[in-house]
Design a protein around this ligand. Structure first.
Ligand SMILES: Cc1cc2nc3c(=O)[nH]c(=O)nc-3n(C[C@H](O)[C@H](O)[C@H](O)COP(=O)(O)OP(=O)(O)OC[C@H]3O[C@@H](n4cnc5c(N)ncnc54)[C@H](O)[C@@H]3O)c2cc1C
Length: 378
């Protein structure tokens, strides 16, 4: 097992757990900086981080956010997450320099952030303070003491493989990319984290899920990780008041964990109106499935929350079953589902690209097929 120095930076407990457990597949030397209070720090510790530095409240004196009333529900979007609101006035613009210095002092060779809005912003800033660049990784391995990552480029039409030669590399990873909890005894030879890549393009020692028998995998997910690392409270000095919070507004967010769903139904532009999504809701409730969508359904139509779109710029899912309804199957969407065990597509165009990746396909009109399918399941 490599002893490569990895630090993860997390703002939420789920992300802390996923990043730490995933990073432990690469190295035994995994540590964390957490924002957002005790719960986040404990999640990182519980997954096996050696040292957890839990950042105390950061106040930007120029603005008193408490005077603005209750913090927003989407506080993470402005870097203010945390169950106890300790970081309600915490902006990456103001503390990224201090964070970069901390990571340098602690000799982080690879720093991993979640690819959330805050994580990406912070990663870019920290990287620039470290004199390097931040990359979004769809997979990562450590080869000869050097991180090697793959990333989608040209809107997902190609995959770039990069060796990160900087002495302090910085990456972001999307939800679901580092999804496994793996004890040392069962780690694959050359650790590689599960990737949102077409099978043929996966790195050599690829996805953990394929390296393990099914039963072992589910046991692992349930097994209690070791919590032997230490938690230290730290202050990050705020030197650069580059930005202040002027206003905090609630945003409607949906709490959905598509990455953990066993069955997912994706809806696409084949639906002509928002009301018609009821056909998909009905099928989802019969199958106990989560509903997801292609990007236009969120970004152009605004029919579903951003948290529900799948793909290169959305969420990566690994369900047992994915059903694509009226989705053409463009690469940018399919990279988010190609780790599904079974893919079923329903599309009225027999030449739709989605059929090339589907295990089963129905060439037909969703408006005719769905009522029949749903009633057959009743
Ligand atoms: C940089 C970049 C990043 C992107 N990232 C993402 C991403 O992360 N996720 C994502 O999803 N997209 C992403 N896209 C967009 C992507 O390229 C596609 O445009 C999008 O996925 C298409 O969505 P769709 O399949 O719902 O719509 P369309 O491509 O319009 O397909 C609709 C399909 O529905 C079928 N259909 C129509 N009516 C019916 C009916 N009555 N019954 C059955 N079938 C029917 C049609 O035959 C067609 O195949 C990205 C694009 C770019 C450039």
């Amino acid at each position: 097992m490599s002893n490569y120095s990895i630090w993860v930076v997390a703002h939420e407990a789920d992300a802390a757990a996923e990043l730490v457990s995933g990073a432990l597949c690469l190295s035994s030397n995994v540590n964390a900086v957490t924002f957002g209070g005790e719960a986040v720090a404990k999640a990182a510790q519980a997954q096996g981080a050696l040292t957890v530095l839990s950042v105390n409240a950061i106040d930007t004196p120029a603005t008193d956010v408490s005077a603005m009333g209750t913090p927003a529900t989407d506080v993470s979007a402005v870097g203010t997450s945390g169950p106890d609101n300790t970081l309600k006035n915490c902006l990456p613009e103001n503390h990224s320099k201090a964070l970069a210095k901390l990571l340098q002092e602690r000799n982080s060779k690879l720093t991993i952030f979640s690819a959330t809005a805050t994580g990406r912003l912070m990663a870019g800033m920290v990287a620039s303070h470290l004199g390097t660049s931040a990359y979004n990784a769809a997979s990562i391995t450590i080869n000869d003491d050097t991180p090697v990552i793959t990333s989608m480029v040209y809107g997902g039409c190609a995959i770039a493989t990069r060796r990160l030669l900087s002495s302090q590399a910085v990456i972001t990873v999307g939800a679901g990319v580092l999804g496994a909890v793996l004890p040392e005894s069962q780690e694959p030879q050359a650790s590689a984290l599960s990737a949102a890549l077409p099978e043929s393009q996966e790195p050599q020692a690829s996805a953990l899920s394929s390296a393990l028998p099914e039963a072992a995998e589910s046991e692992l997910a349930l097994s209690e990780p070791q919590a032997s690392g230490s938690i230290e409270q730290i202050d990050l000095s705020v030197n650069d008041n580059a930005a202040v919070v002027l206003e905090v507004k609630p945003r409607k967010t949906e709490s959905v964990n598509l990455a953990a769903a066993k069955r997912v139904i994706g809806v696409g532009r084949g639906f002509a109106a928002k009301e018609d999504l009821e056909l998909a809701f009905n099928l989802a409730s019969k199958l106990d499935a989560e509903l997801a969508c292609s990007r236009p359904i969120t970004e152009s139509e605004n029919w579903m929350a951003r948290e529900r779109y799948i793909g290169v710029s959305g969420v990566v899912v690994k369900p047992e079953l994915y059903i694509a309804l009226g989705i053409s199957g463009q690469i940018q969407h399919m990279v988010g589902v190609n780790q599904a065990k079974t893919i079923i597509a329903i599309n009225k165009d027999k030449n739709a690209p989605v059929f090339k990746q589907a295990d089963y396909g129905i060439v037909g009109d969703i408006y005719e097929v769905l009522p029949v399918l749903t009633s057959a399941l009743s």
